[in-house]
Design a protein. Structure first.
Length: 117
């Protein structure tokens, strides 16, 4: 584990810096609520590979990310490898991820909520 750094709590600015520097965000979840970490990565232009579970199933569906079955390490590795090796896939995921993040941006959510008030 010499190549692994465990960081303590980070500010949102620091988190976005790490996400912007990442080649891929990997979320091998067994349980997941909405999937805010995936949405944050998408907003930073980072492709996401995640388990087909909870909110990730919605957020990453239809080419917005790479979905893999929960608990399947081999398929997870294949998903990560595909993003790292395919420039075309990576660019598509970055573009689609930005759209998905925009769909859930603060302004759009506020406007949608306002409709019901």
């Amino acid at each position: 584990m010499n190549d692994v750094n465990l960081e303590g709590p980070l500010s949102q600015v620091e988190v976005s810096g790490w996400l912007n520097a990442a080649a891929v965000c990997v979320l091998p979840s067994n349980k997941e609520g909405f999937g805010l970490a995936a949405l944050e990565a998408m907003a930073c232009g980072t492709p996401v590979v995640g388990s087909d579970i909870g909110g990730l199933s919605y957020l990453l569906a239809e080419g917005y990310g790479v979905l893999v079955p929960p608990g399947n390490c081999n398929v997870l590795a294949e998903g990560i490898t595909s993003v790292l090796q395919s420039e075309e896939l990576r660019e598509k995921l970055i573009e689609n991820g930005a759209k998905r993040a925009d769909e859930h941006g603060q302004t759009k959510i506020a406007k949608n909520l306002w409709k019901y008030m």
